[in-house]
Each structure stands twice: as C-alpha cells, then as structure tokens.
Ligand binder design. Structure first.
Ligand code: HDE
Length: 689
C-alpha cells in the first residue's frame, strides 16, 4: 500500500478537486483548503495535531449546527409566495398591503404544535398557519392556526396548556399527540377549552394537506383607515382547493407510510407548478355589533359565525417557490404578532396581548441575538433604519456618528439619520368594545368569558352526521388512552353541557355510566348552526391537486394505463404508478412500464383514490401479496374511490371491497368518483361512537 493520501479510498482525486469554474473550498475565513479528506497527523499513524485549524473549524461549526427548537410549533414546513390585494378596502384600512392590485412578497410556515422538529406530519393536532407579508411599510405577520378559536382565554394559562399537551415530563412520551393523561387531566379541568376540543376532535386536526385547510387569525384585530377610523376584523384564509381532511385510521397509517406526508405534499405541489392558493377574507364589524353578541369578541375561545358576519374576500395568496435551504429560511424565520403595519392594529384580547410579549422574547432565545431581524428571511424588504446599534451578530455597518436622537448633525453637513414621521408612522388606535376596557387594575375576566359551552354546542350542531360520529369517536379514542380513569367521567361531565347525545355516545364508547353534569360557570345559549364550520359542507368535489395511485403488475394492459393516466392528468391531478417492483412491470404486450414506487412502500393511504389496472395473471400473483390486498382494503376502509379492471375482482373480494358508488370500472365514472370520498360507506367498515 502506498503512503500517499487516499481520496474516498479510490485514489481518484479529480472529483474532489477544483477545476475550471468550480469554486475552491475554503475555511470560514477564506483560506483555500488543499485536503478535505485527511486530518493533519504527526506521522502517518500518529496523533492528530491541535494545529489542524481546518479540522478544528469544521468540527467546531458542526458541533453548533443546531439551535433550540421552537417550544411549540417546532415541526414546520415553509414556502415563499405572493399576496395580491384584489378588493378596494381603503374605506376600512390604509395598509399598503391592501391597496387593490398591490402584490406583496410573503413567506408562509405551516406547522404542527405539540411534536418536536423531527416528529411526524400527521398526528391529531392543530396546524399553525403563519404568514409574513414583506409590505412596503414593514413586515406584517399574521400568525394564525387552522382552527378559528383557541384552548384558553388568557395568556397566563399558555405554559400550562403547552406543558400538559407535550410529552409527559418524566417519561418523555407520547410525542406529538394529545391522547395522554396530562393533557386530558388539564383539559377536563379547564371548561374554557371545550369549544377548541370539539374542533381538535374533529377531522380539522387531520388535514389531508396544508393546501386543503383553512387558516384563521383567531383574535379580533382592528383595521384603521386614513382618517383614523377603526373597525374590528377577523382574518380568514380559504383554500382554493376546498377543505379536505383524512380520517383517523388513515392518519395513523400515514404516520407509518410517510413521516413527511404534508411537507412532501407542499414541496411537490410547488415543485410541479401546482401552486397552493388561498383567498384572504375578512369579517368586519363595529362596536355596536360586538356589544350585541352573546359572546365576547375579545375572547379567543369564541368565533363569529359567518352567517352573522359574512366573510368578504380581499386578496389571494399563492405559494410559488420552495425554500433554497430549510435551516436558513424555514427554521430561522421568526414570526412576531407584534409585526404590525399602519392600517392594522391589535385588540384587547388578553391572549393576543400576551402573545405580543412572547414571540419577541422567544426569538432572542431561539436565534441567539436581538439582531435576528437581520437574517435574510426576517429582514424587511422595504428600507429600514433607526438608532439601535451593535449586539451579537451585527451585520449592518452604519456609517457616521448619528446613533442618538434628537441630533443636529445634519446642520453640520453630517448624516443625521432617520426621523419619526407622525403622518406615515404607526399610531396606536384606541377603539374599544366597551367602557370596561379601561379602569382599575384587576386580575379578572369579563362576564361573557364565563360561557364555555354555547359555541362548543354551535360547532357540534353544525356538523353532519358523519362528522359528529368522528368527533364522538375521537373523544372515545383519546380518553381511552388515559390511564387515570377518573379523568374520563370528568370530561364526559363537561360534554353534557355541550350536548347530551354527544356525552352519552362518548360514555357508551368508553363503556362507562353517564356521570352527573358538570356545573357550568354560565348557562350556555343556543346559537343558529353554521354551515361554515363543517368540513363536509365546504369540500369541493374536484380531482385537481389530488393524487391517484394506480396499481399495476405483470400482464397489465398498457393502453388502459395510458388512458387512465391521461384522464387523471387532464383534471390537474397526479397519477402515481405502483408496482410490486420499482423497476416496473412487464405489460401484456411484452413492453416494460417503469413504476413510480414499490408496492411495499406505497400503501393506498398516500393517495386520494386508487385504481387497480390488473390482468388475471397479475391478480393471481397479487392475491398472495398482503400489501396488495391491504392496498385495496385500506382504500375501501378510508372511504376512497376504487377503480378496477374486471380481472382485478378476486383481489377486491379478498380485500372485502363491497360494491357501492365509489367502486367503479376504469372509465370516466372512476375519474368522477375519485374527486370525492364516500362517507356513507363508513358504517360498513368501522364501528363509530
Ligand atoms: Fe403561539 N407561539 N402562542 N399561538 N404560535 C409560538 O413563537 C404563544 C397562539 C402560533 O411557524 C412561539 O416563534 C403564546 C395562538 C404559530 O414559527 C411562542 C400564546 C395562535 C406559531 C408562542 C400563543 C398561535 C406559534 C414558539 C398564548 C393562533 C408558529 C416559537 C398567549 C392564533 C410560528 C415562536 C412559526 C409559535 C407563544 C397562542 C399560533 C413560544 C404565549 C392563539 C402558528 O412564542
């Protein structure tokens, strides 16, 4: 063996070396590196030398590659895009971002809440929907969720909520899920969380994709026009693809099939030019309306039914560019509810008020410097400047002596720096909803905050029968996972205030007696059901943006496959060929067709609908392959359309697939069926509470 340096053991050094236009590898201080394979040693078998600054710098930097993950919303996926204002609302707001026709660059980060950064994408959990608008007048961050209400009314309870829902303090499990003792112990003792629990137990927490979920600003905010007149506002994001959620069994199986299901979906949609889109809507109301409602508009556990205040569409968000680097952008992006611009303002919602402190504080601890606003993903796109100076990781190099104000340096020919602008600048608006928004200092909540159940009942009554069954079953599932049994009746006792039938169904599902009703802090009132609160009433039966899995095997008919793929793609959907071998299948005419994935790694839960394009030969082979039987069985169980060639019938039979409107041949009726789910099938495949 030679003593000379070995490059990756093959002696072929050329692919490691800079040649032509390839840039030269350097240290962080720009010194060209001659050898990135071998550390500096004393003798060929001797100790490594401290002198090796190349090695030390490389390992030192590596050791510090991680930063603290977010305490909540650690698992996230981001993308760039554009927001276009489509309506003239100058009578309501002077914000530059809302000027009709204005296009504003945005960065959006979607997230789960409870799990760590490396947790799965599909637990039952709320999704974060945070949007940073790089407006002409500074950054506006609308840091919302995919549910319009929240668990708590006052920021002082947030650490308790988060501690209770995250993995338990001693055993460090479960990861990313609420089905455990500490969460339900806390929740059953916090009746104000009931409305949010109803949403959390619905399929809202199982979105099929970020692209098919709504977003909400949650709190009441204010819009302020050029005359300083303010109106109250709630923000809504409506997905252009309509709402679509998975069902629980499917979500569980998705965790096994693809940890990154939603991150991948977002990336691939953007990558293939199928850009995710949402409309921005506003609900605008005034003080008189606010005072007349049976709920408090400053209470984040309450929503305003869209039937009472319709959502007016004022803009469109399009995500059109994936990040170049996950860490630099998605991880380092820092959202701040305090990022507000002239024309928009806060309200006195006590949850929002607490958030105004928390986010700035957490970014400093997470990103390690008060200069986190200089990181490219966080920096405003408009000019910005003030007299704040220095600090860790300062990247600006301000010139001159003006680092204080007032100064008169300009009078001496020096640069005096920027000045405040009473006309352009942000001015706090004093609009309030009632006299009780000022006065003596109290640790107290307003009266109507004590109504914990009216809107939970409203939500329940607004769901269709399938959705109600999913909610009742989710309560049963989650409470079944609780080890401290007394928590179960305590929670059901609260649910009796929401709806007696719901409580009875959950009690039956748990196999316990109906407990005495919990004492309500304030008697709930009946509100008119709202269709806007149902997923099923807001789905759009269309294939666009969806994925269809096509199972093929040796002997499949090539022209049948081609026709199906063409029909699916014509609808703007993705056709994915699945075969027992990734190299593909030998078709009836002897040609070879490559697959997009291997059957064992591509179960049907990854798709919105499936087709089995099989010959008698292929079917006979797949009858002995559990993954193929499971493919059809799960598609049926997950209420999806199944299109099949006649020869595939024995496989459908073995999978227990029964005839219904969702089980079709391979023609146009399949493409039509694939655009929806068949919830009526569910009682045939599972017992729900
Ligand atoms: Fe957050 N929240 N939150 N939150 N939140 C954070 O900020 C907090 C609340 C939301 O993709 C943290 O940068 C408090 C409501 C999203 O980077 C932290 C309270 C809503 C994201 C924090 C709330 C949200 C966060 C953790 C109660 C929906 C992810 C890391 C007063 C309207 C943003 C970070 C991203 C993140 C605090 C309640 C949405 C600790 C104290 C209500 C989407 O600052």
């Amino acid at each position: 063996m030679s003593d000379t340096k070995i490059v990756h053991g093959n002696g072929g050094e050329t692919h490691q070396q800079a040649a032509g236009d390839t840039p030269v590898l350097t240290t962080n201080h720009g010194v060209p590196i001659s050898d990135n394979q071998n550390s500096l040693k004393s003798g060929k078998r001797g100790p490594t030398l401290l002198e090796d600054f190349v090695l030390r710098e490389k390992i030192f930097h590596f050791d510090h590659e991680r930063i603290p993950e977010r305490i909540v919303h650690a698992r996230g996926s981001g993308a760039h895009g554009v927001f276009e204002a489509t309506a003239d609302i100058s009578d309501l707001s002077r914000a530059a971002v809302f000027a009709k026709g204005e296009q504003t660059e945005v960065f959006v980060r979607f997230s789960t809440v409870a799990g760590g950064a490396g947790s799965v994408d599909t637990p039952r959990d709320v999704r974060g929907f945070a949007v940073k608008f790089y407006t002409k007048e500074g950054n506006w961050d609308l840091v919302g969720n995919n549910i319009p209400v929240f668990f708590i009314q006052d920021a002082i309870k947030f650490p308790d909520l988060v501690h209770a829902v995250k993995m338990e303090a001693d055993r460090a499990y479960p990861q990313a899920g609420s089905a455990h003792d500490t969460f339900w112990d806390w929740a059953s003792l916090m009746p104000e969380s009931t409305h949010m629990l109803m949403w959390a137990m619905s399929d809202r927490t199982l979105p099929r994709s970020f692209r098919t979920m709504e977003g909400f600003g949650v709190h009441t905010f204010q819009l302020v026009n050029a005359e300083g007149k303010s109106s109250f506002v709630k923000f809504h994001w409506k997905p252009v693809l309509g709402l679509q959620s998975t069902i629980w069994d499917e979500a569980l199986k998705l965790q096994a099939a693809d940890n990154d299901y939603q991150r991948r979906d977002l990336w691939e949609a953007i990558d293939t030019g199928s850009f995710p889109e949402w409309e921005l809507g506003i609900q605008v109301f005034d003080e008189a309306f606010a005072r007349a409602q049976p709920y408090d508009v400053l209470d984040a556990t309450k929503l305003i039914p869209e039937e009472d205040v319709p959502v007016r569409i004022i803009g469109k968000l399009t995500l059109n560019r994936n990040v170049d680097n996950f860490f630099a952008e998605t991880e380092q992006v820092a959202f701040l509810p305090t990022n507000i611009v002239p024309g928009i303002d806060f309200s006195n919602d006590p949850l929002l008020q607490g958030r105004l402190f928390s986010y700035l504080d957490t970014q400093n601890s997470r990103l390690g410097t008060t200069n986190f606003h200089q990181i490219p993903i966080n920096a405003p796109r408009c000019p910005f400047g003030n007299f704040q100076r220095d600090g860790k990781m300062q990247t600006h190099v301000p010139k001159g002596r003006a680092n204080y104000e007032p100064n008169s340096l300009a009078e001496f020919g020096e640069d005096g720096g920027p000045r405040e602008s009473p006309t352009r600048g942000f001015a706090t608006t004093n609009a309030i909803t009632g006299d009780d928004e000022q006065g003596e200092k109290l640790r107290i909540r307003a009266e109507l905050f004590a109504d914990h159940y009216s809107q939970a009942r409203l939500f329940w009554k607004s769901q269709d029968a399938h959705e109600q069954a999913h909610i009742a079953s989710s309560f049963v599932f989650e409470l079944s996972k609780v080890g401290l049994e007394a928590i179960r009746p305590r929670m059901v006792a609260n649910l009796r205030n929401v709806d007696e039938e719901l409580a009875q169904r959950v009690a039956d599902g748990l196999g316990i007696d109906l407990p005495a009703k919990a004492q309500a802090a304030r008697e709930p009132v009946d509100m008119k059901p709202s269709d806007a609160l149902s997923i099923h009433k807001n789905m759009k039966p269309m294939l666009k943006g969806r994925a269809v899995g096509i199972l093929i095997a040796d002997g499949s008919d090539g022209s049948e496959i081609d026709a199906l793929v063409a029909a699916i793609e014509a609808e703007g959907a993705k056709a994915v060929l699945v075969a027992p071998k990734v190299g593909g299948a030998t078709l009836a005419d002897g040609s070879k067709r490559k697959a997009d994935g291997q059957l064992a790694g591509m179960p049907s839960q990854l798709f919105d609908a499936v087709a089995l394009v099989l010959s008698a030969q292929g079917t006979a082979m797949l009858l002995k392959e559990a993954a193929a039987v499971q493919f059809a069985m799960d598609a049926f169980g997950h209420l999806k359309a199944i299109g099949a060639s006649d020869a595939a019938k024995p496989l459908l039979d073995k999978a227990g697939v029964e005839a219904d409107a969702g089980v079709t041949g391979l023609g146009g009726d399949f493409v039509k069926a694939a655009a929806r789910r068949f919830y009526d099938r569910e009682p045939k495949v599972r017992m729900l509470a």
